[in-house]
Design a binder for this molecule. Structure first.
Ligand SMILES: NC(=O)c1ccc[n+]([C@@H]2O[C@H](COP(=O)([O-])OP(=O)(O)OC[C@H]3O[C@@H](n4cnc5c(N)ncnc54)[C@H](OP(=O)(O)O)[C@@H]3O)[C@@H](O)[C@H]2O)c1
Length: 312
């Protein structure tokens, strides 16, 4: 699968773009974030049936984002209906800033907070229970605790299952954003009673579709899609240039390429939610808007894939 729009959009797409004539990427912010009256899309966590909004927030930049911006983003996210926040013990001061902002805003109990555990001797400054205790101290509440790296799963799973048994966290999981690790991840998905996995998934990286997503569906494991926009260095939107969206995108409330990419991700039946990283308020608003309205159906997903591959 190519990770670039390999060819210009077809003449048909351009002609069909009547409704969205011109450069959609240049639409004013108010329009891209429009239609907040459309219904919020939620999906159930298979292990419990608890419904969460499909559009969350990734925060690996929040350690170096000015505190006032973090506060404003979290406040706005909650106003827009979003609840799912993904952070990690390893993300610098991300947990610190999130914990402080949510507490000041009185939102801690309203949000669904996921963080990731460092293992002792791993890349973080502390590991194991100490890492969890520090996350709790910073965030006040952790709904979902991941083992950050596949390499640490064997060592950390007893602690995770213990914390869940004690009711300190409600859900546990494993993250891996490296495709070569998927065989090991699949083994752990079969071996341990995890509630969530977090893997890379975007139109530019569909490697999870082969085995991880089908196994997650089979074993009733929720999937949180990381790096849904391709990531800062490989941003999918930067590969789109000034191409226009196809007219049919409007049928799904898609008014920008970022929304196109995000709606693609969360419309996969096995994906429970996505966590686009947004350290800018306008990005957060645009992304949250993609968590409302209609999701693309299977036929539309195929059209999106063909468009991305330059075949439409
Ligand atoms: N488990 C793991 O090991 C792991 C690894 C990587 C990531 N993650 C998680 O996944 C999250 C998402 O990954 P990511 O942040 O690397 O990649 P991403 O979400 O695919 O992309 C984030 C980038 O997209 C930009 N962006 C966001 N919304 C946009 C919009 N509407 N229009 C244009 N640009 C937009 C952001 O800019 P601004 O920041 O300027 O808004 C940022 O540069 C992380 O924050 C983290 O929580 C987990």
């Amino acid at each position: 699968m190519t990770s670039e729009l390999a060819a210009p959009l077809s003449r048909r797409d351009v002609l069909q773009a009547g409704l969205l004539a011109g450069c959609v990427g240049a639409l004013p912010r108010s329009l891209r974030a429009a239609d907040s009256s459309a219904p919020l899309i939620t999906k159930p966590i298979p292990a419990s049936g608890e419904k969460i909004p499909v559009m969350g927030l990734g925060t690996n930049q929040f350690g170096r984002t000015p505190y006032d911006d973090v506060r404003e983003i979290l406040k706005r996210m909650q106003q827009l209906g979003g609840t799912v926040i993904d952070t990690a013990a390893l993300y610098g001061d991300s947990e610190v800033q999130i914990g402080k902002a949510l507490s000041e805003l009185g939102l801690t109990q309203k949000m669904f907070i996921a963080t990731k555990l460092n293992a002792p001797g791993g890349p973080g400054d502390i590991g194991g229970r100490e890492s969890f205790d520090r996350s709790m101290q910073r965030l006040q509440k952790v709904d979902l605790l991941f083992v950050h790296f596949v390499e640490s799963v064997e060592a950390m799973m007893p602690l995770l299952t213990d914390l869940k048994k004690q009711g300190r966290v409600r859900y546990i999981g494993i993250t891996s954003i490296r495709t070569p690790q998927y065989p090991q991840l699949l083994e752990y998905m079969r071996k341990y009673p995890i509630d969530f996995v977090q893997v890379n998934y975007s139109l530019g990286d569909r490697s999870a579709e082969a085995e991880v997503l089908p196994l997650a569906e089979q074993r009733k494991i929720a999937v949180m899609a990381a790096v849904p926009l391709g990531g800062g260095r490989n941003l999918l939107i930067s590969q789109v240039g000034d191409r226009t969206l196809p007219a049919w995108a409007a049928d799904f409330g898609i008014a920008s390429w970022s929304q196109f990419f995000l709606k693609y991700v969360v419309s996969h039946p096995a994906i429970t939610c996505a966590i686009p990283g947004s350290s800018k308020l306008e990005h957060l608003e645009e992304n949250q808007a993609a968590g409302r309205g209609r999701l693309p159906d299977a036929a539309t997903r195929t059209k999106m894939e063909q468009l991305w591959a330059g075949k439409a």
